[in-house]
Unconditional design. Sequence first.
Length: 339
Amino acid sequence: MSKLIRYCLVCIGLALFFLSACQSNKPDTASIDVQLRFDRFEQDLFRADTLNYDDYVHKLEDKYQDFLPLYLREIIGIIDANDSTISKDTLLRFLQHPDVLGLFDTVQLKYADLAWLHQDLTDAFKYARYYFRDLPSPRVITYIGGPPFCFNIDTEFLAIGLDGYMGSSFSFYRYFPDYFPQYKIRKFDKPYIVPNAINVWLTGNFEYTKKGGNLLDVMVYNGKVLYAMKKLLPDTPDSLIFGYSEKTLTWLDLNEAEIWKYFIKNKLLYENDPLVFSKYVNEAPTTSGMPEEAPGNIGSWLGYRIVERYGAKKDKVTLLDLMNNNDAQQVLTDSKYKP
């Protein structure tokens, strides 16, 4: 056997070894049973039977008794904040409006079949059941009607606005450039549905409750959410978890030490004025005061790195324990993070 062939076989063997090692980090969820209820509210809503309209509305109220009033009040705004009664005439006018019908038809062309979404979310909630055994899986409801495009309702429901994932060329977004800036629009697409949904579910079940916290508190909290997302979505690319391009992720990896030095030099970790530190943990195209390559929300990415190091050092700590640990300083100290 030639040296070249032996060399190739060794390389293949090493590649298979590392691939197997990576795959073994995922828990086996095959035996975990999750029956995820998945309802397409937008289809039920727009199948209005005008000949039996009262019966149609009653059926909607029965099936979506918690979601329907919220949808009418908070999302499309056709009932008052203090009103729980449905104006059937107003609802019918909404359903028959040409622009609304056009939006529904366009969304249905792209998302006629959501069996893949049902399956992907079921897989994610199998991992959630593995890590958070006592947390029930939510009822998933899809809808259309504008932002917010993904939200929790008392952690029992997970609502997904399909018109928020129509692709960056969707004309609706361009009508409202102040509301939908370009750096956000690029993520209004199909691959982001599941990561966004899991992010919302995690933040709803593990809320940030610290009052008067500092930047480190928010960084570590956001970092924990990102860390948990990677656990629940082990096959999802980092570009979708973090919302950054591959180029930006590479820049962050190469400059991690300098980013950390910047935070230390400017005494940012213990800054407790949200007006000062919010730019490091909120979405934005860039982070002012840092190199132009530095993306927005860079503090959350750094928080993830701290939590990732903590998880590696504290392998006996469960993901549930980590998510319930609100001592950001302890997480930083025990992580021994120093890139």
